[in-house]
Design a protein around this ligand. Structure first.
Ligand SMILES: Cc1ncc(COP(=O)(O)O)c(C=O)c1O
Length: 347
């Protein structure tokens, strides 16, 4: 048995998704003729309180199409220092949009409104135009932490007050909403655009949605085409996305419960430390600097014992719970981590 905790992206589609994919009504979506894609886009837009949405192959493309649509070459965009857009998108906003990134430090995805306001440029011949603020909820590199609706509003107001647009990287926005016990649109409706993923905890095989005003989505559709993201009979993929939105959001709490149990177990293991306050959704990040081992060796030993995890920096390991990891798997995973850590601390 392999316990694959590297990411929630490893989830396999459900039997219901596979059935819906096989039976999906399709058409050429570049001609706007795929009814299943239309249904997914309408449903997705509604869930995040926006007018329209666009089905894109990946979260990265969704974020990059949003930046292309909001900005002009030479503009400056503001993002948190550890944002996915800054860290993991291959420098795409420089290459594709020709914009400059201004990063400001945050805490668990929250940036102080005063820091946002200070980063926004005034009128000066030397300055680029500050155009866009990018937010992320849940915040991946902080370990899936949640930003509350009130905190979101404060950051959005700081940007809107100075004429900037706001894009939300909401790859896991339904995890945030589940953890807060609110509807997702409470976190998203004041943003000018929102990207969220179907292919992570919601278990669809492929795809994300970019949502915004109807006018914004018309322009975003052209940029998606430019990047090669115009898909033909994409209803086959959208069919799984519809099930993801209708049936999989309600079970995310289980993943959060399993992550909390995993974190509690890890906290009790000698040589490991975990900040329990940062375990808010489906991710657990723990520190192995108390062990006499390297990251590579620790991860290899885990993998040999059937547990797959990923590194965050040089001393932290990340595990992500998801629908293919059950509550009964958690004690087994804890036992394996314990065995390897004990061996390492002694050896
Ligand atoms: C916060 C965040 N944004 C964007 C993405 C990109 O999604 P994709 O892997 O579909 O490109 C991810 C993927 O892990 C993510 O965690």
């Amino acid at each position: 048995m392999i316990y694959d905790l590297r990411s929630d992206t490893v989830t396999k589609p459900t039997p219901e998704m596979r059935q819906a994919m096989a039976e999906a009504e399709v058409g050429d979506d570049v001609y706007g003729e795929d009814p299943t894609v239309h249904e997914l886009e309408t449903l997705g837009a509604e869930l995040v309180g926006q007018e329209a949405a666009l089905f894109v192959p990946s979260g990265t493309m969704g974020n990059q199409v949003a930046i292309l649509t909001h900005t002009h070459r030479g503009d400056e965009i503001i993002a948190e220092s550890n944002a996915h857009i800054v860290y993991y998108e291959v420098g795409g906003c420089a290459v594709l949009s020709g914009v400059q990134l201004r990063t400001i430090p945050g805490r668990n995805g929250y940036m102080e409104p005063t820091a946002i306001e200070e980063a926004i440029r005034g009128a000066d011949v030397h300055f680029p135009e500050s155009r866009l603020l990018c937010l992320e909820n849940t915040h991946n590199r902080s370990g899936g932490t949640v930003v509350s609706p009130e905190a979101m509003e404060r950051m959005i107001q700081a940007a809107h007050g100075k004429g900037l647009r706001v894009h939300l990287d909401g790859a896991r926005i339904f995890n945030a909403a589940a953890a807060l016990g609110v509807k997702a649109d409470k976190l998203t409706r004041s943003c000018d655009s929102v990207m969220f993923c179907l292919s992570k905890g919601l278990a669809a095989p492929v795809g994300s949605l970019l949502a915004g005003s109807a006018e914004f989505i018309v322009r975003a559709r052209k940029y998606r085409k430019m990047l090669g993201g115009g898909m033909r009979q994409a209803g086959i993929l959208a069919a799984a996305g519809i099930i993801a939105l209708q049936k999989m959001i309600g079970r995310l709490g289980e993943d959060h419960h399993n992550a909390a149990a995993l974190a509690q177990g890890i906290a009790g293991i000698n040589g490991l430390s975990v900040d329990l306050s940062s375990v808010q959704t489906n991710m657990v990040v723990f520190d192995i600097s108390g062990l006499r081992t390297t990251m590579e060796s620790f991860l290899n030993q885990l993998a040999e014992a059937g547990v797959l995890a990923g590194p965050v920096g040089s001393s932290k390991v990340r595990m992500v719970t998801h629908k293919d990891i059950s509550a009964t798997d958690i004690p087994i995973v804890i036992q394996i981590i314990n065995k390897i850590s004990t061996r390492t601390i002694i050896g």
